[in-house]
Design a protein around this ligand. Structure first.
Ligand SMILES: Cc1cc2nc3c(=O)[nH]c(=O)nc-3n(C[C@H](O)[C@H](O)[C@H](O)COP(=O)(O)O)c2cc1C
Length: 165
């Protein structure tokens, strides 16, 4: 019992922050959170648009940022969210240095590599160390091979959480 309590206290903390319009990236976010939990991490999931304080980001060792691809970029809502975080970082209200970020997202045809590179760049600019391994899935696969595709997302989440130890 004591041992269990100690493990809980020492658990890595993972936050999954995502945007999703039609549910594909949301399914990925949930699977990633499940994987991180399986690795023993304490996990929270936040959808952009829900009310939550930006400072929550500073409470986590690792944050997985996810977005659908919109015109070869992240969604405007994700961009807007990240620019508010940047404002806080610039004001010295929180520091991301020493924390790790992972990026994930979904796409429909050709734009994922641009979206993931942009998202990596946006979070690196906040001070995060960005995991080079990303989790990107095409919408059709999420629909037609859902079980396998989400299992891959779960595995990515587990690996991301383990990499924080
Ligand atoms: C307005 C709009 C723009 C999109 N732009 C792109 C794009 O540039 N490249 C791409 O591969 N997919 C694009 N897509 C497809 C979505 O990224 C894809 O369906 C994604 O899985 C949606 O994620 P969500 O269900 O989490 O909202 C676009 C979809 C919409 C509606």
């Amino acid at each position: 019992m004591k041992q269990q309590r100690r493990e809980k206290v020492n658990a890595m903390k993972v936050l999954v922050v995502y945007d999703s319009k039609t549910g594909n990236t949301q399914k990925m976010a949930e699977a990633i959170a499940e994987g991180a939990k399986e690795a023993g991490a304490e996990v929270a999931v936040k959808k952009i648009g829900e009310p939550f304080p930006l400072t929550i980001l500073a409470e986590y060792d690792g944050v997985a940022f996810g977005s659908p691809t919109r015109y070869a970029d992240v969604t405007n809502e994700m961009k807007d969210f990240l620019s508010h975080v940047e404002g806080y970082v610039k004001l010295g209200k929180m520091k991301m240095k020493g924390r790790k970020a992972g990026v994930f997202g979904s796409y429909g045809y050709d734009g994922a590599w641009v979206m993931e590179e942009r998202l990596k760049g946006y979070v690196a600019a906040l001070g995060y160390t960005v995991d080079p391994k990303v989790c990107v899935k095409v919408d059709n696969e999420i629909k037609t091979r859902m079980k396998e595709t989400l299992a891959e997302c779960k595995a990515w989440g587990k690996e991301f959480a383990k990499s924080l130890k």
